[in-house]
Design a protein around this ligand. Structure first.
Ligand SMILES: Nc1ncnc2c1ncn2[C@@H]1O[C@H](COP(=O)(O)OP(=O)(O)OP(=O)(O)O)[C@@H](O)[C@H]1O
Length: 237
């Protein structure tokens, strides 16, 4: 569903943020992307969702190249950034309807999904308020609902648990599992290793832009914990 082939990204000024990175996320998988600060996770994610150009390699979503067929890729993808920059002057519901219009989500289905995810993330009561009045966590919740409104085949999240209260974090994890059980695919970065360990079918660890290890979570971890494996790999690779 998501195939990253030999991705290389060099920022202006010469910083090579991602170096020949390849990984593949199959349909229905929850895939965790782990690495220290500055390892290249956000860069990889932004390249994958088509908002950051890159010099080397290619990325395919559902068989389409993000470089050559960006619209086909965007139609089936939802992206939740680590710091959602929403339209502050809109209310929550206006923003959700805007996203629903962009993805041509039919009215009944749209209302049903807004009610379902709004209730589970406890944002329904605030949807009539301007986004400018929202806390960071409330903006994060709105971004999550907006991503789910068009039932994406591929959901890409950058640090999704940051800023969420424990109840919302719990519901997001449940929603992620449900989406994958229904056939969606999830690729997300996180520093919360316990979440990755429990939630992910597969895991990739990167260091300084290069892939250190990837594979099924139980194989990567073995008899250890993800924290031990991570510290071992990051310190010794
Ligand atoms: N716009 C930019 N211009 C130049 N260098 C950048 C830019 N954005 C990121 N970098 C650099 O690229 C490298 C990878 O950054 P990236 O944001 O992808 O890391 P990350 O793994 O997401 O980190 P974190 O866990 O801290 O969010 C870092 O060295 C960073 O300083």
């Amino acid at each position: 569903m998501l195939k990253i082939e030999h991705l290389t990204k060099v920022y202006k000024g010469g910083k090579k943020a991602v170096d020949d990175l390849s990984l593949e996320v199959a349909a229905g998988e929850i895939y965790g992307f782990i690495g220290h600060n500055g390892a290249g996770k956000t860069t990889t994610i932004k390249a994958a969702v088509g908002i950051l150009d890159f010099e080397g390699g290619d990325i395919f979503i559902d068989g389409h190249s993000v470089k050559r067929e960006p619209m086909a890729c965007k139609a089936v993808t939802a992206y939740i950034p680590d710091n959602p920059d929403l339209y502050d002057h809109l209310t929550g519901i206006q923003y959700l309807n805007f996203v629903g219009d962009v993805f041509a989500v039919e009215g009944g289905l749209r209302r049903q999904r807004i009610a379902k995810y709004g209730d589970r993330l406890e944002l329904t009561a605030n949807l009539g308020d301007p986004i400018s009045s929202y806390s960071h966590g409330m903006k994060q919740k709105l971004a999550i609902i907006s991503a789910l409104i068009h039932a994406p085949k591929l959901l890409v999240l950058d640090e999704p648990m940051v800023g969420l209260d424990p109840s919302a974090a719990f519901h997001l994890k449940q929603i992620m599992k449900e989406l994958c059980a229904q056939g969606s695919t999830i690729f997300f970065s996180t520093h919360v290793l316990e979440v990755a360990e429990k939630l992910c079918d597969k895991i990739a660890i990167i260091k300084e832009g290069r892939l250190v290890v990837s594979g099924p979570t139980h194989e990567v971890i073995g008899q250890s914990s993800l924290e031990d494996v991570f510290l071992e790999l990051i310190d010794h690779e």
